[in-house]
Design a protein around this ligand. Structure first.
Ligand SMILES: C[C@H]1O[C@H](OP(=O)(O)OP(=O)(O)OC[C@H]2O[C@@H](n3cnc4c(=O)[nH]c(N)nc43)[C@H](O)[C@@H]2O)[C@@H](O)[C@@H](O)C1=O
Length: 327
């Protein structure tokens, strides 16, 4: 089976590749931008076929799809950082929304009836009123960022290709997922990196810069998420949409408390106004019953273990950077 992953050098794409390389009969084709850094993000790079493409260029998307002729597609390439989408809305919507249209058009033209996972986000729901929680797949779209809008477009496009052409699209509205190797622009690695720097003596004031600590997130380990994506394509009927999320719902401030409990140094949080958003989604409380019933999936990695692994990853990164600086 030929499995194509777009965005294979991204956080989710690299973990999915790692998850799939040992599955019998699976050949992994990873699509990446020609200049994507791969230093430590893609440990299985020698076990997959890498293909350069650019989501912004429909010709390159078509050429890659024609080369692979995939049986399964995981579309994980995206501009995924919400604050960046406020600064670069056109680029975010172009890459995410138009990139998805380009991919689906290429798949339609090449044919072969692949199973296609289009990865959208809990950000499509935006800020949901408290009396409408938990968020089900029937909760209305109220996106609060250009990123959220781009993901609504991806979601509806995947639905339209199923309805119009009978293509085997599946959509996930993926809630927060994190783990080692996630970029430090996201909240858990941002906090973990700063704690590792305090431990290494690089932040003598012991201050961790934070944004909005009163935001609720439901955390899932990336390694559980990629298993969910695989089961989605194994077990779910065409055209469906699913929320996928972890079991741990807490305030971002509580997540920082757990991280702080994993170190011996004293951690002081200080709000950096630059980390506050024009509008923030603060009530991310999902109902994932539909996906769990369809697949039997449930998360295996405890929240504290995920945070420990993230902190250890940043401890290693911080010492590596210090070593390089010494040379
Ligand atoms: C599902 C969804 O998940 C992710 O989007 P996100 O939820 O915006 O992720 P984040 O880690 O940037 O923020 C989480 C929350 O934490 C608050 N927060 C506080 N202090 C800091 C802070 O220092 N840094 C950051 N980044 N956030 C902070 C921040 O205001 C927000 O309320 C992406 O993968 C996205 O692609 C996606 O689809």
């Amino acid at each position: 089976m030929r499995v194509m992953i777009t965005g294979v050098t991204g956080f989710a794409g690299s973990y999915l590749a790692e998850h799939l390389v040992d599955k019998p009969g699976v050949e992994v084709y990873g699509l990446k931008r020609w200049n994507s850094p791969m230093t430590d993000i893609l440990p299985v790079r020698d076990r997959i076929t890498l293909i350069d493409f650019d989501l912004g260029d429909p010709h390159s998307v078509y050429a890659a799809v024609r080369e692979v002729r995939p049986d399964r597609v995981f579309h994980l390439a995206a501009q995924s950082y919400v604050p960046m989408s406020f600064r670069a809305p056109v680029d975010t919507i172009r890459a995410n929304a138009l990139g998805t249209v380009a991919l689906l058009e290429a798949l339609r033209e090449v044919g072969g009836d692949p199973v296609i996972h289009i990865c959208t986000s809990s950000e499509v729901y935006g800020e949901v009123p408290s009396d409408e929680l938990p968020i089900t797949e029937a909760t209305p779209f109220r996106p609060q960022s250009p990123y959220g809008v781009s993901k609504v477009a991806e979601d509806l496009t995947a639905y339209q290709y199923f309805m119009s052409y009978g293509m085997h699209t599946l959509r996930t509205r993926s809630f927060t997922h994190t783990g080692p190797r996630s970029k430090e622009v996201f909240v858990a690695p941002a906090f973990a990196k700063q704690i590792a720097e305090i431990e290494a003596g690089l932040r003598p004031d012991g201050i961790v810069k934070v944004g909005n600590l009163d935001s609720t997130r439901t955390f899932l380990d990336i390694r559980d998420m990629v298993e969910a994506y695989w089961l989605l394509t194994e077990r779910c009927p065409a055209g469906e949409v699913y929320n996928i999320a972890g079991d741990t719902t807490c305030l971002v401030g509580e997540m920082l408390d757990v991280l702080a409990s994993l170190t011996d140094v004293t951690v002081k949080a200080e709000v950096d106004p630059a980390l506050l958003r024009a509008s923030d989604v603060t009530r991310q409380v999902p109902d994932t019953t539909k996906f769990r019933e369809a697949t039997g999936w449930s998360p295996r990695i405890p929240f504290e273990q995920t945070l420990k692994d993230i902190l250890d990853y940043w401890r290693a990164q911080v010492s590596l950077r210090a070593l390089r600086a010494e040379r």
